[in-house]
Design a protein around this ligand. Structure first.
Ligand code: C2E
Ligand code: MG
Ligand code: MG
Length: 589
């Protein structure tokens, strides 16, 4: 004989509903506690339980007189109680074929009497039961008491639904939240309502974070409330606004609503700053629109609409309809990130290329920049310009940087053994400099391998300094104190705050390659580069011009006094094995 109660005919829907209702066992709920206490008291029963019958177990949402928090489903009496719409009563379990050998009857808590009313949803799915248990057999309860048990069970159901609707609300704004929007989108799709989903991204998360840092949490909360009111007033009558993330809102409108006009209306309005505590804050709105197509299978609708909104903001076009290519880009990013750990472990996918920096006065090369390469087993070669910005946002950056560091140290040792004495420059990100871990490893490895400190350099971009200035500065100082070189990469594209840089322990400035692109023809770029070179040299920096591809550009920067260059004109990045031959073709250093 199969153990335990048979499953209800609607078991699948029942389990589905159970998960949708998010009945969680973690926190104590005052209402449930009172219901079990009241039930135990009213029926004078030593045990009273709200039991949720899950796939393989029953667990107790609230309990009186019972130590266990759950039992296997096949032992549960409630598994039987959920088979009917009316309360089930077992007067003496030892006399009942179904229960007489049940360990809960033959052992603690020695159940003899059981009465349980199913917890029924509106459409007749039983989630579990409210039950009372006694160690003594009892006579059948009166019709009145049965009816009261049913009422108590209904009360429990009301509470379950109430908690669920509370989990649909974003507390600070009082708007429906992401869960609710997802459910409403699904509802629209299943019922072929013909609608479109809008996501409005008001601010970049980074900006909001900066607002919190600068003006405090309560200001940011108030700002969000002000945005909510403005946005709500712009929506068509009867349209519900949802809050889907700290900076994003969403809403659903019928298919035939004028999409473009609605988007323009919102964008136009938010050209004016949102006023909060007398401070005007400029929004950076991105709107994403996605038709909820009933013919489509199950999709992550919200994610797709968000990617359209992000795209609209990134491209500065205000609003965009979802296009599958956004999703393809996200999926590619996901694939890359999920396969990076393996790449770092297996070491046949990652390798370094080295690009020489040439000294113009002597024609010699004393430094090379290490540039990371990744041959993905499925996607082929991936540019660091694509994967580094992704990895930087994750905890994978540290192991990747340590891989690069290790490869550089090994290369430096190998070259020195064959008499090649080059400085190797390594690109680092903010992640590498915001705590001491990476620099600790750099200093330790260099010491262990006895690499002369001046043979190592780190390069970082200006953006690194924006994130965490004191910590970053401290780590740069440690590198410098050890006698290694420190370079600012891609210089001239950001804010280039000279007075700030002059306080940093920096030895080298690398002029960004974008400055060289139009140098031959653009008088403004010429003035800029000339000034940058002069200023950097006056401040005592070594200046390297990146991206030198033509003789004309070379002649110009040489004329302005720049003494070091890195670019395709001299050498493309090459494998370590190719470098000795290239060096041999140069004048001796
Ligand atoms: P970057 O540090 O500014 O490196 C210079 C980039 O310009 C390299 O691209 C190099 O191949 C390219 N380049 C050099 N000369 C020329 C030229 O004459 N013309 C043109 N058009 N390009 C030139 P690559 O190797 O694709 O690297 C891109 C970026 O990825 C690097 O820019 C750096 O920011 C990052 N990166 C590369 N390797 C690493 C690494 O190991 N760690 C970290 N954190 N970032 C890395
Ligand atoms: Mg670099
Ligand atoms: Mg650069």
């Amino acid at each position: 004989m199969e153990r335990g109660a048979p499953h209800p005919v609607n078991e699948l829907q029942r389990l589905q509903r159970l998960s949708e209702l998010c009945v969680v066992e973690s926190n104590v709920d005052e209402v449930f506690e009172r219901v079990v206490a009241m039930t135990a008291l009213y029926y004078d029963a030593p045990i009273s339980l709200i039991s949720i019958v899950d796939q393989h177990r029953q667990w107790f949402r609230a309990r009186v007189g019972m130590d266990a928090t759950q039992t296997p489903r096949e032992l549960s009496f409630c598994g039987y109680a959920i088979l009917a719409n009316e309360p089930m009563e077992i007067l003496d379990a030892t006399q009942d074929e179904r229960f007489k050998d049940n360990p809960l009857v033959t052992g603690p808590p020695y159940i003899r009497y059981y009465a349980g009313a199913p917890l029924l949803t509106d459409d007749g799915l039983a989630l579990g039961s409210l039950c009372i248990i006694d160690g003594q057999p009892r006579a059948p309860m009166s019709a009145r008491d049965r009816s009261i048990l049913k009422h108590f069970a209904e009360l429990v159901m009301q509470r379950i639904l109430g908690l669920r609707s509370r989990s649909f609300v974003d507390q600070p704004t009082g708007l429906f939240n992401r869960l609710r929007l997802e459910e409403d989108v699904r509802h629209s799709q299943i019922n072929h309502l013909g609608s479109q989903l809008f996501v409005v991204d008001m601010l970049s998360p980074k900006f909001l974070n900066d607002v919190v840092k600068a003006l405090g949490y309560s200001f940011s909360q108030e700002l969000i409330l002000a945005i909510k009111s403005r946005l709500q007033a712009l929506l068509p009558a009867g349209c519900v606004l949802y809050k889907v993330s700290p900076t994003r809102f969403g809403f659903i409108v019928p298919d035939d609503a004028p999409t473009e006009a609605l988007c323009r209306h919102i964008l136009e309005d938010f050209k004016l700053p949102v006023e909060c505590q007398g401070i005007p804050v400029q929004m950076q709105v991105g709107l994403g629109v996605l038709p909820i197509d009933s013919a489509q299978g199950d999709q992550d609708w919200l994610r797709l609409a968000v990617s359209a909104a992000d795209d609209a903001r990134d491209r500065n076009v205000g609003w965009a309809r979802y296009e599958p290519k956004f999703d393809a880009a996200q999926r590619r990013a996901f694939t890359l990130l999920s396969s990076l750990s393996e790449a770092v472990r297996t070491s046949d996918q990652l390798y370094l290329m080295f690009q020489p920096q040439v000294h113009l006065l002597t024609g010699t090369c004393q430094s090379v920049e290490a540039l990371l390469r990744w041959d993905h087993p499925l996607l082929g070669p991936i540019s660091p310009a694509e994967f580094i910005p992704l990895v930087e946002k994750t905890a994978l950056m540290r192991p990747l940087s340590l891989w690069v560091l290790d490869a550089i140290i090994r290369q430096s040792v190998a070259w020195r053994e064959v008499g090649i004495n080059l400085r190797i420059s390594m690109n680092v990100t903010v992640n590498d400099l915001e705590d001491p871990g990476f620099v600790d490893q750099l200093l330790k490895s260099a010491r262990l391998q006895q690499i002369p400190p001046e043979h190592l350099e780190i390069e970082f971009t200006e953006s690194v300094l924006m994130e965490n200035p004191p910590q970053v500065q401290q780590q740069l100082q440690r590198v410098r104190d050890a006698g290694m070189e420190v370079a600012i990469d891609d210089f001239g594209t950001g804010y280039s705050n000279w007075s700030y840089f002059s306080q940093l322990p920096v030895t080298t400035v690398k002029l960004d390659q974008s400055l060289m692109k139009k140098l031959a023809t653009d008088a403004k770029d010429q003035r800029l580069v000339k000034t940058l070179i002069e200023l950097a040299q006056r401040l005592g920096y070594r200046v390297v011009a990146e991206g030198i591809e033509s003789q004309t550009t070379l002649a110009l920067i040489q004329q302005w006094g720049c003494t070091e260059v890195q670019g395709y004109l001299f050498a493309r990045p090459m494998l370590a094995s190719a470098l000795p031959a290239w060096l041999d073709s140069r004048p001796a250093g």
